[in-house]
Design a protein around this ligand. Sequence first.
Ligand code: ADP
Length: 447
Amino acid sequence: MFKKILVANRGEIALRIMQTCREMGISTVAVYSTADAESIHVKYADEAVCIGPALSRESYLNIPRIIAAAEVTNADAIHPGYGFLAENADFAEVCSSVNIKFIGPTAKMINQMGDKNTAKATMIAAGVPVVPGSQGLVSNLAEAVKTAQNTGYPVIIKPTAGGGGKGMRVVHEENQLEKALNTARSEAEQAFGNSGVYIEKFLENPRHVEIQILSDQHGNTIHLGERDCTVQRRHQKLIEETPSPAVDDALRKTMGDAAVAAAAAINYEGAGTIEFLLDKHGKFFFMEMNTRIQVEHPVTEERYDVDIVREQIIIADGQSIAGRTFTPKGHSIECRINAEDPDHLFRPSPGQLQVFHTPGGHGVRVDSHAYASYVVPSNYDSMIAKLIVTAHTRDEAIARMSRALDEFIVLGVKTTIPFHKQVMHSAVFQSGVFDTSFLESFRYEKS
Ligand code: ADP
């Protein structure tokens, strides 16, 4: 087993990973930018190395500096968390070339799934249903027009290197296609350094349902059910839950089998998530695979009583997961608490926290790196906490989430807490019957 793991990340996920390491008796190394010198992950780790200034490119995305930190501290593995270098095949490759275990899949597997368009082709070959759309990238208007005519409007133009819901464009009519294609391509180039885009049928009123899988190095894959991430704002997840109100046992089995087949198709290793869109008729379509731990993993951990970070470490160590079973129980919901102002179009609200009082009690979990007097930097993503509750039923979980949100007091910056409170009270959310357009018609009452 590894003796020392360097965590190449910041914020709540860095802390989350180190907590598991401590339970497993593994020492930890934090890396940090100058903007994060006062961050808890730095204090919590056994050792910490400053890797550069605030700009991610010069610190959390700087491969040579992170590798140097691992070598100097004699770390034998690196956990990349999510975001930053988590799905960077070069980083995984460099780690393996200097004999440091990258806790995640190999560079080849990351490459196979990182390019979303190639991933779809792999899934078609593996017999997994995919969202209908272009065969390959779309480089000119004629190809775009032809694809859209085949699938029918509306269509969505998506960056092949995309992530975080960025750079996607929905097109309703042929005469909007040229402009949308050009904008999407230049936005993709700017955001991801890759102008490649592909086109899909824009499914109307789908739910976002994803399957968590674990695959070991010996060819065993198991799935840990689904997470429903249908509550989204501008294609970005805000609330996640498991089980999905739209998935019954039969559908869970079919989707789980498809996810396991998807992982098997690339001989996958590690924790991963297969993302699907689910239509009202129970038909589902592969969108993409995330080859890393996801933000919303705690809802699965709570319902299945599993520590996914621990599983990642065990798998990276070469142990087998054959015969392992995880029994689900209850209902789990997560709200992302962001330092954003819901009264003003969710604009970022960085700054110093005056008060940071977290909820507690039965069935409540808070994953956070924040504390009173902590300064939320403007350089990174705005999430300051994840609030996760678990109860016997969905109704009880919603009541518990409302109660926990009422107890959560953050002063000094604006947060999404008041917004989440209203969602929990909404009859539509409570009914469980909604789709990814739910928040477009949700009337948030300004505080
Ligand atoms: P990213 O990797 O940037 O998060 P995804 O491909 O996972 O992008 O899509 C994010 C969200 O955008 C989905 O959860 C869904 O709500 C919406 N979306 C993406 N593709 C489609 C599609 N073909 N039809 C309808 N909605 C889509």
